[in-house]
Design a protein around this ligand. Structure first.
Ligand SMILES: [Zn+2]
Length: 461
């Protein structure tokens, strides 16, 4: 039986690749008067040339199918040497059919209408041999391997990993605030607040959803995969209510301490359960504790997840309410609101919008959000939006299945990114990303003085 396999029809000498299927066989049989090709099995049974009539350009033509066996490899072509019909229209400049042969002399080709000048000169010697798997011992490949093979950190954060914290090429946000262009750390437009809640869904998330709905507010929920498994209906309600849902890992670990394989498992399982529950796959993610370095970044981006942090003006001015710590007794409700006041004051000093760290895992943080923080924020006329929308992108761009490349094209590397300065952004104002807001460290910069590193580390003790 040839069903599903490829065979070749010889149409007046022109090879046409077709697929043996019930539909094509029945289409052929509808115009066949005396053919064995009335069903798919009829094709497989052919043992010699079979005449089949097909309709083309209003003309019935003869098509030869040669087959001496029942497998594709035994099917041979019959080369026609003349047309048995007349095409209705041909190109006046067409090369004569008799000249289009395997051993024809190559003719002059048409030059491209225009050519772009590459940013760097393309020299073949600078690349691996064409059409072969490139060797892995080149400096370029070794550098790419190193991007995802940096040694994981050990438990204990910055003090326990001083060398890693001092390594500016690692770009470890948790210890130094270092961001890359792929990171989202603020909303581009001043007065805009990218509203986010982490660690849910939880028992208290419906309380928050009810308040948000009553006030026509929408947020980004960075959900933990394990909580999605525990509260799938709540995750679904977040999505259905028009909130953005995004990844916050499966078990909330310090990602820089995990192996590449473990990071992939954390992100992959969370993406999967969110897809299973909502039908869509998120393309944003927030690393727990903000614990991300280039190795974690590169893995997350390779998995289609853009890192989203929270705004950080300096080591002492992060947009973290510390609401998470009220439940554990490490912070007071008053302290959280004092932090909020400082955030508002700092927001007025920067020329971009901002993103704040809040949580919906515990009752206390939801009570503070719905009772105090959100009401006061609405009074202050902030534009409160999910992160994807504060980046001036439609909600559909928040998911792999609905992302529109017209407004959010893939980066040149092929990775999907959602940074606010992404080409094709529909932002009406130029991106102000990183303009005096964040501590930006390039991969080769050694601008960060060691004393500064230790000062920053001390803050995390
Ligand atoms: Zn978290």
């Amino acid at each position: 039986m040839l069903a599903g396999s490829i065979f070749i029809l010889s149409l007046a000498g022109l090879p046409v690749y077709g697929q043996s299927s019930a539909s094509s066989a029945s289409a052929a049989s509808s115009t066949t008067s005396s053919s064995s090709v009335s069903t798919t099995s009829g094709v497989s049974a052919s043992s010699g040339t079979t005449s089949v009539s097909v309709t083309g350009s209003g003309t019935t033509s003869a098509v030869g199918i040669s087959g001496s066996g029942t497998t594709t490899s035994n099917v041979t072509k019959t080369e026609a040497t003349a047309l048995t019909f007349t095409l209705a229209v041909t190109n006046p400049t067409a090369v004569p059919l008799a000249s289009i042969t395997a051993n024809e002399t190559s003719l002059a080709t048409i030059p491209l209408p225009s050519t772009a000048t590459p940013a760097t000169s393309i020299v073949a010697a600078n690349y691996p041999p064409m059409d072969k798997v490139p060797p892995t011992d080149s400096s370029e490949v070794q550098a790419w391997i190193a991007e995802v093979q940096a040694t994981p950190t050990v438990a204990g954060g910055c003090p326990a990993n001083l060398q890693a914290a001092q390594d500016t090429s690692r770009c470890w946000w948790y210890c130094t605030g270092c961001v890359r262009d792929t990171d989202v750390q603020e909303c581009p437009d001043k007065g805009t607040w990218g509203l986010t809640y982490d660690d849910g869904p939880s028992y208290y998330t419906p309380n928050l959803l009810t308040y948000l709905s009553a006030n026509d507010l929408h947020a980004t929920f960075f959900t933990v995969g394990s909580r999605c498994l525990q509260f799938p209906a709540t995750l679904q309600e977040e999505f259905m209510a028009g909130h953005q849902v995004a990844v916050h890992t499966w078990s909330h670990p310090y990602l820089t301490t995990l192996s590449n394989e473990e990071i992939i498992a954390e992100l992959g399982w969370t993406k999967k359960i969110m897809k299973d529950v909502t039908g869509v796959t998120p393309n944003m993610f927030r690393p727990p504790y903000g614990d991300i370095d280039d190795r974690v970044r590169n893995i997350s981006i390779a998995m289609g997840l853009t890192p989203v942090m929270w705004t950080r003006m300096s080591a002492t001015a992060t947009f973290d309410t510390d609401d998470f710590d009220v439940h554990g007794g490490l912070a007071s409700s008053y302290g959280v609101l004092n932090n909020w006041e400082n955030i508002i004051a700092n927001a007025s000093k920067i020329d971009t919008g901002f993103i704040v760290l809040e949580h919906d895992l515990f009752e206390e943080s939801v009570q503070l959000a719905t009772g105090y923080i959100l009401p006061s924020a609405m009074q202050q006329n902030f534009t409160i939006q999910p992160v994807v929308q504060c980046l001036n992108k439609p909600m559909t761009d928040a998911y792999i299945e609905t992302n529109n490349n017209a407004t959010n094209p893939p980066a040149a590397s092929g990775a999907v990114t959602l940074s606010s300065g992404a080409p094709g952004s529909i932002s009406t104002s130029p991106s102000k990303k990183n303009s005096g807001v964040s501590l930006k460290i390039s991969g080769t910069s050694s601008a960060l003085a060691l004393s500064g590193v230790f000062a920053i580390i001390a803050l995390f003790l």
